[in-house]
Design a protein around this ligand. Structure first.
Ligand code: FMN
Length: 173
């Protein structure tokens, strides 16, 4: 088990997974619980999470993301979809256009860190055909799939990405 800062520092994307190593249900539940503790506007949690283990559906997700066959080979894919209608009920246009997307993204980020803390590997996938993902998952037309988190045990050694320098990003006032 890593501590929080170690988890954040050492997490990196992995796109090859051990084919015969399932993700334990207990870990999956802990990851989902962590995702759902993320802050959200008005505590509305304006998102839905699809847990995809079925190989046929994983292939359908992969088909909606050309060139990203690893989606089909990951034992689990978590798909985070925004629910703008839920946020709009309280926050109107800002809820639909901004808060629902933020709620969803934060939850997915929490999940990705929980994946790392649980000793698993992942990659965040954002490039896909939205309607293709909706069709694969049977989502409503108003739900917006934002990220696919592919999860499994690593079968490659990844490296840490060279992040931008802090002073290139941060202004102290
Ligand atoms: C919004 C977003 C979209 C991304 N889309 C993809 C993608 O479609 N395919 C992919 O292989 N990686 C994707 N990534 C992963 C990034 O390439 C990766 O996080 C980045 O290169 C930094 O590497 P690291 O995760 O190892 O730190 C995405 C990440 C984010 C946050």
């Amino acid at each position: 088990m890593w501590d929080f800062f170690e988890t954040v520092r050492l997490r990196h994307s992995i796109r090859k997974y051990q084919p015969d190593m399932e993700v334990e249900e207990e870990k999956l539940n802990a990851i989902l619980e962590a995702a759902c503790t993320a802050p959200s506007a008005g505590d509305l949690q304006a998102y839905h999470i699809s847990v995809v283990r079925n190989p046929r559906i994983r292939q359908a997700l992969s088909d909606a993301a050309p060139g990203q066959q690893f989606i089909a080979t990951a034992p689990v894919a978590l798909v985070f979809s925004a629910d703008p209608v839920r946020s709009a009920e309280q926050f109107g246009e800002r809820g639909a256009n901004i808060y629902a997307l933020q709620d969803t993204t934060i939850a997915a980020a929490y999940a990705q860190l929980a994946v790392a803390a649980a000793g698993l590997a992942s990659v965040w996938v954002g490039e896909f055909d939205e309607q293709g993902i909706r069709d694969a998952l049977g989502l409503d037309a108003d739900q917006i799939p934002l990220s696919i988190l592919c999860i499994g045990y690593a079968a490659e050694v990844g490296g840490l990405s060279p992040h931008r320098r802090l002073d290139d990003i941060v202004t102290w006032l």
